[in-house]
Design a protein around this ligand. Structure first.
Ligand code: NAP
Length: 320
């Protein structure tokens, strides 16, 4: 089979498509024939060698994928060859024609959800769910600002939050992105590039402030987020690409909290619970992954350049 291999950390050009041996499942493992693989910003940080958790070289990137079960190992009971599935983690990497996965980390893909959409579920939707409910403890009726709602995690947070009865304000940096955020369920949409973005966001709460802010670019926004929280408000730090200055008094006066998260810290039990909720949302069509670009697997370097560019529009997926 063919797989992207990374032999040294570096720019997008270190990813090459190569022939590698077919995979065989061990006990409690399955091999998935990958029809689409999700591209997430974290895979570019890992490839660059700048991330806190790095794999041994050489490696195949990717945790998110969708396809059909090709082979099951001893003791596997949930799946049979041919079943449509998506992956929530992979032992071998999903930027490939086959991926080896633990049985528990594979979930059924409803018939109406495409493989490209299936590849867009795990990191974005599980992160959005964990940020909203496990970390920020969002409750129906609360005012929620999704700062950076046009990308993978943002669209997921808009759809999940809207279905759960949260009042969602979402932001994007392009007109196309703003239209998408509105179409996917945000009650109001703002431009995070506008100089009066925070004033407008506060005005939408009639000055009361937000119960929850899900923040995709904390190094730019965290200091201002703290000024537009309601009493008892929580900022869920999901993304950050640098340092930021905050004034603790903005938190003290509001009994506010900053809760940060990494999806890597979620336990198997938490992930299985989160994916049970996500599968239910896919089945009832409240969750509808949006695919912005499908790029051939051999052009993975182009996908890593694109995922770091402004003007997000849903997800980028690789097609073997
Ligand atoms: P993505 O699809 O590339 O989307 C990036 C988002 O950030 C877009 O909505 C983009 O909007 C927005 N953005 C750009 N400038 C912004 C600004 N000034 N203020 C607010 N938002 C801004 O990436 P993603 O997959 O959604 O991930 C988002 C971030 O979360 C990344 O940094 C990623 O590494 C991180 N992340 C963390 C975890 C975790 O476990 N903590 C998990 C997944 C992702 P426009 O392009 O429309 O301007």
């Amino acid at each position: 089979m063919k797989a992207i291999r990374v032999k040294q950390f570096g720019g997008p050009e270190v990813m090459h498509l190569e022939d590698v041996p077919d995979l065989k499942p061990g006990p409690a493992q399955v091999v998935v024939r990958i029809h689409a693989a999700g591209v997430n910003p974290v895979e570019s940080y890992i490839r660059a060698g700048t991330y806190g958790r790095l794999p041994n070289l050489p490696y195949t990137p990717g945790t998110d994928g969708a396809g059909t079960i090709e082979a099951v190992g001893q003791g596997v009971t949930r799946f049979r060859a041919g079943d449509r599935v998506y992956t929530a983690g992979s032992l071998s990497g999903t930027y490939a024609q086959q991926a080896l996965c633990e049985e528990w980390a594979v979930f059924p893909l409803p018939a109406h959800v495409s493989f490209a959409q299936g590849a867009a579920i795990h990191i974005p939707y599980a992160t959005a769910y964990r940020a909203l409910f496990h970390r920020a403890q969002a409750r129906p009726g609360e005012m929620v600002l999704i700062n950076g709602a046009s990308g993978g995690v943002g669209i997921a947070a808009v759809q999940i939050g809207r279905a759960a009865g949260l009042h969602i304000v979402g932001t994007a940096g392009s007109d196309r992105g703003k239209k998408l955020v509105a179409a996917e369920g945000a009650h109001e949409v703002l431009d995070h590039k506008a100089p009066d973005h925070f004033e407008k966001a506060l005005a939408l709460t009639s000055g009361r402030g937000y119960d929850v802010i899900v923040e995709m670019l904390s190094n730019v926004n965290l200091g201002n987020d703290l000024k537009i929280l309601a009493t008892g408000g929580r900022v869920a730090v999901v993304g950050s690409r640098g340092n930021v200055e905050i004034n603790p008094r903005d938190m003290m006066g509001r009994d506010a909290s900053i809760v940060a998260m990494s999806l890597w810290n979620a336990s198997q039990k938490d992930l299985m619970s989160i994916h049970a909720a996500l599968v239910a949302g896919l089945e009832n069509k409240s969750l509808r992954p949006v695919i912005g670009q499908e790029i051939p697997l051999a052009e993975a370097p182009r996908a890593h350049t694109a995922v770091m560019e402004a003007g997000a529009y849903g997800k980028i997926v690789l097609v073997p």
